[in-house]
Design a protein around this ligand. Structure first.
Ligand SMILES: [Zn+2]
Length: 240
């Protein structure tokens, strides 16, 4: 996210709250792909064309064959950008002060506000809940909320609700969009970027302080840091 976009979203927090009731504007798992693909296909063209150094307003791009897997990763990358514009860094994944009467579960789950939950004061009344595909691998929880609910929602928005969920343990197999679960810490994160030169991942997460369900993008964690903060690290991928 650009700095200007961030400050704009901060200034318009009241708009953010009111906008959530208009969930038709939200890119849910059912709708975002075509728009994401169209916009990114255009930027792909521009990128390829600038590399080729040609003026291509009228020149069609030569099609290239790619695997489903590669195309999925490209789409995940684009969708992460879109999601970071909606679930903005520093806002809160909750429905504080929002009248949820008549709203669907998904509509409530996609609420974002500028008011912290304050669990120690308010309990979990305002926390959002999302029971998606990830719920099947966390049967110990009656419902997925806070960090797990957010990671579960982001995962489904990235890959679709019917994508398989596969557990693995090898850090070297991590890919963007994967879910990292710190079992003993009971914390979840979604990988948004990986720098293999430094073994550093970047994540988005909610409720890292266990108190406010704050949404965060951009925290970086090295491989060593990850395993020093948690002895039981598990990964969940949605790639086939
Ligand atoms: Zn909360």
């Amino acid at each position: 996210m650009t700095v200007s976009a961030l400050s704009a979203s901060t200034e318009n927090k009241s708009d953010t709250v009111s906008a959530v009731s208009d969930v038709s504007a939200v890119d849910t798992a059912t709708t975002p792909e075509s728009a994401a693909f169209e916009s990114s296909a255009a930027s792909d063209n521009q990128e390829a064309d600038s590399v080729a150094g040609r003026n291509t307003t009228s020149m069609p791009r030569t099609p290239t064959l790619q695997t489903t897997d590669a195309l999925t990763e490209i789409r995940v990358e684009r969708q992460l950008k879109r999601l970071s514009d909606y679930f903005t860094d520093g806002s809160y994944w909750n429905h504080y002060d929002i009248d949820t009467t008549g709203m669907s579960d998904l509509e409530i789950a996609t609420c974002v506000t500028d008011t912290p939950c304050a669990h120690s004061v308010n309990g979990y009344t305002y926390c959002n809940v999302y029971n998606g595909a990830m719920a099947t691998v966390f049967p110990q929880y009656d419902y997925d909320t806070q960090c797990l609910g957010y990671a579960s929602l982001i995962s489904d928005l990235l890959f679709g609700t019917d994508a398989p969920v596969t557990e693995f343990y090898d850090f070297d197999s991590l890919r963007i969009g994967d879910h990292i679960r710190l079992v003993n810490n009971e914390h979840s994160m979604i990988v948004t970027d990986i720098d293999w030169d430094t073994d550093t991942i970047t994540v988005t997460e909610a409720n890292a302080d266990y108190e406010n369900c704050a949404i965060s993008w951009g925290r970086t964690i090295t491989r060593d840091e990850l395993y020093s903060m948690e002895s039981d690290v598990r990964f969940y991928t949605r790639y086939s």
